[in-house]
Design a protein around this ligand. Structure first.
Ligand code: HGY
Ligand code: MN
Ligand code: MN
Length: 412
């Protein structure tokens, strides 16, 4: 299909979206339901309405912009991603899938394409775990993989509940209305930056994702004995931080020890109490991110963490509790959608690599209710979650073009 991708307009929109931020240029911070997030949502509603799409939002703030097809009895073809951004990050993570998806739809409309299946653009609420400690909140609720009761059990760092915060942002329906019927979508395709260096290193313009890694995140709460940094002698100490440090190192050893390159583990949060230089830490709160494309290996790392907590607790006279925040299965991408992406690449004579996604995405949870696949574009030096994050206009154009071609094939 002869598609005209308006890359200048897309780049302008990506730059506009980046102005909704709590961090100074060029960084982006857009935490879910914060002021920048709410202004970004308002802007995105307008931009979707300007493209003559039917826009609605659900009780958690997932946004749906629909291009009705000729046969409304068919499951829609979904595309989209997220616009929330972790602190001091970049302007392409997630937004490429939302605004690139919108541009793909506009290009199809301009080319006179008539979809049989409706095509629907999604902007998922809270893909990042920043505010509530768990990622993909909007897509998890859409897929029914977490209970609506999280409305009153998820709290942000200020102790405010999800219900209170989302209601204040104007989303007042019940979360029980969010889950979608299994046949609501017949396919979902997400365009995203690779967030890794492989495509750029191999000089390949596109990546077709075959599987998405299985993420788990846990809290480890260590309780020891505090005391005076000078008066308590070493043999008498039950230092919570030294125990926590051993546990964190044990987790790293477990990830390296699987021998598989897909095993990764990170201790991303470590809060000491009372956090005074001359006071032995009495309590430590850690949060750990554990992933692998192979679920059994991922669970092996969780078991190793449990063993380390028990051994270190016994030896150091502390207690270490593990709280599982999430422990998700991986996703296999759908062969038919992968084939449609491959055909679209061939149509436009664009090379691609087949690859796994080590980052999780909303597609991971959409895979619980419909067939999914993802299309990656390169990002400079593989950098993401940092202000230097960058995707070139050429990479964007190629990604949007193949996405549009794929959506047309799936919606015909
Ligand atoms: O952490 C992730 O994989 C995603 O970028 N939120
Ligand atoms: Mn991210
Ligand atoms: Mn993302």
């Amino acid at each position: 299909m002869n598609l005209n991708i308006e890359i200048t307009q897309l780049s302008t929109e990506l730059d506009k979206l980046a102005t909704f931020t709590d961090a100074p240029y060029p960084a982006v911070t857009r935490i879910v339901f914060s002021e920048p997030d709410r202004r970004a949502r308002e802007w995105l509603r307008r931009v979707c309405a300007d493209a003559d799409l039917d826009v609605r939002e659900d009780a958690i703030g997932n946004m749906f912009a629909r291009w009705p097809g000729s046969d409304l009895s068919l499951g829609a073809i979904g595309t989209g991603s997220h616009t929330d951004a972790i602190p001091h990050s970049g302007r392409y993570d997630g937004t490429v899938g939302v605004l690139g998806g919108l541009e793909a739809i506009r290009a199809l409309k301009d080319a006179g394409f008539q979809p049989r299946h409706s095509i629907e653009l999604l902007m998922f609420t809270s893909e990042e775990p920043t505010r509530f400690g768990i990622g993909c909140l909007g897509s998890r609720l859409l897929a029914g993989t977490i209970e609506p009761s999280v409305d009153d059990t998820y709290f942000d760092a200020a102790g405010r509940s999800l219900r209170e915060i989302r209601t204040e942002a104007g989303f007042t329906g019940e979360l029980s209305t969010v889950p979608l019927a299994a046949d609501y979508y017949s396919a979902f395709v997400e365009l995203h930056i690779e967030q890794g260096p492989l495509l750029e290193q191999r000089n390949v313009p596109l990546g077709i994702v075959t599987a998405i890694a299985a993420p788990a995140s846990v809290r480890v709460l260590v309780d020891g004995q505090g005391g005076h940094a000078g008066a308590v002698l070493m043999p008498a100490r039950h230092d919570a931080f030294m125990a926590a440090a051993e546990i964190a190192l044990a987790l790293e050893a477990a990830a390296i020890g699987t021998g598989a390159i897909d095993s990764v583990a990170t201790t991303g949060i470590c809060e000491l109490f009372p956090a005074a230089v001359n006071s032995i830490p009495s309590n430590v709160n850690m949060a750990m991110d554990i992933r692998d494309i192979d679920e059994a290996r991922r669970d092996g790392m969780l078991t190793a963490l449990e063993v380390a907590c028990a051994n270190v607790s016994a030896r150091r006279g502390v207690t270490a509790r593990i709280e599982i925040i999430n422990r998700d299965a991986p996703a296999k991408c759908d062969p038919l959608i992968i084939a449609a992406l491959e055909n679209a690449c061939a149509t436009h004579e664009l090379a691609f690599d087949s690859m796994v996604s080590r980052a999780y995405h909303d597609s991971l949870f959409m895979s619980r209710i419909c067939p999914v696949a993802m299309l990656f574009i390169p990002c400079k030096n593989g950098v993401s979650h940092r202000p230097e994050e960058y995707a070139s206009p050429e990479a964007l154009e190629q990604g949007v073009r193949v996405l549009a071609e794929t959506l047309a094939a799936l919606a015909s």
